[in-house]
Structures are given as C-alpha cells and as structure tokens.
Design a protein around this ligand. Structure first.
Ligand code: ATP
Ligand code: MG
Length: 155
C-alpha cells in the first residue's frame, strides 16, 4: 500500500536518536519532500534500521551519521552516510553476501551475524530497487538505496 516515506523515516530517526546520543555520535535526518510510495513499511523500516545500526557500530565518538531521503528524476534515494572506520576496498564487493563480515573483532559491538545487509538487499530488490555501498577507509561509508517512484508523489 502507498505510504509516506517522510513519515516512515522520521519515525525511524526518532527511534534511533537515543542510541546515537549514547554513543556520542551526531545524528541528522532530512526528508527533502513528501514522497508517497508503494512499499512494505515493516521491511523497509528493517533495512533502514539495520543500515543505521551498522553506521553507529562502525563510527567513533564525535562522528556524524546522516539519514536523508531525496528525489532525483524518477528515483527516490534513501542515503545513509557515516564518518566511521570505512570498509577495505577488498571487502566492499562482498558486504551484501550472506554471513560476510569484515574482521569479526573490528566493530565496537562484537555481535552481528553478517546477515543484515544481505537481507537488506533481498528486501530492496524485491521492491524493484537497488542498494549499494561506497566507502573510504578512515573517512566513512555511504549506503545508497534507490527506489523507483512506483506510487503517486505528493508535493
Ligand atoms: P548483522 O547486521 O547481521 O547484525 P553485521 O552488521 O556484521 O551483522 P552486515 O550488516 O551484513 O552484518 O554487514 C556486513 C559487514 O559489513 C559488517 O560486518 C561490517 O564489517 C561491514 N559494514 C557494514 N556497514 C558498515 C559501515 N557503515 N561501516 C563499516 N563497515 C560496515
Ligand atoms: Mg548489520
């Protein structure tokens, strides 16, 4: 069913804020304009939660993490950006594979199954979208989710 993407992401932003505060990471949120789009809200929420949790886990105190929703032509982009440790270029092609983790001991929370991003990719592809990562070691990581503007769009 068509849902408001700003409403969904704003709810997520409010829910993750306390965890970022606890970790002393600055979290910012922007939804450029109101988008109404046909997605499974629970699944999309799961993807964004997991990606933000990755960003938090791999950032250090004083770092910034942002969640933004924007439109470019016929696509809607959900972008999660961090200033954390980054992902080595040799690992980057595999982070969406099931159970793949970069160095088990690396993240501040040692937990994690390596399933988050593979599930995220399944969910986004089942919506006809794409999810990709770019990263620079020591500078940070950006996850870009592209969704086709399937539904109506309200200005
Ligand atoms: P799970 O999400 O199942 O709890 P996980 O976070 O280890 O476990 P994924 O979310 O699939 O698994 O991520 C795969 C790996 O990619 C992570 O183990 C981590 O090494 C790396 N990674 C993911 N996001 C980031 C990020 N924002 N910064 C640095 N490394 C990341
Ligand atoms: Mg994860």
């Amino acid at each position: 069913e068509p849902i408001s993407l700003c409403e969904l992401t704003r709810t997520i932003a409010e829910r993750v804020q306390p965890a970022f505060e606890k970790s002393a990471i600055q979290f910012s949120y922007l939804c450029e304009k109101e988008f109404v789009i046909d997605v499974d809200p629970a699944r999309l929420q799961q993807v964004i939660f997991n990606t933000l949790e990755n960003a938090r886990k791999h950032s250090s105190e004083g770092g910034r993490v942002s969640l933004s929703v924007k439109q470019k032509e016929d696509d809607i982009w959900i972008v999660i950006q961090d200033e954390g440790e980054g992902i080595p270029p040799e690992d980057l092609p595999y982070i969406f594979d099931r159970l793949y983790r970069v160095e088990k001991s690396r993240s501040r929370d040692s937990g994690g199954t390596g399933l988050g991003l593979s599930i995220a990719r399944e969910i986004i592809e089942s919506h006809g979208g794409t999810i990709e990562a770019s990263s620079v070691i020591g500078k940070g990581t950006t996850i870009r989710i592209r969704l086709r503007k399937g539904g109506r769009e309200n200005v």
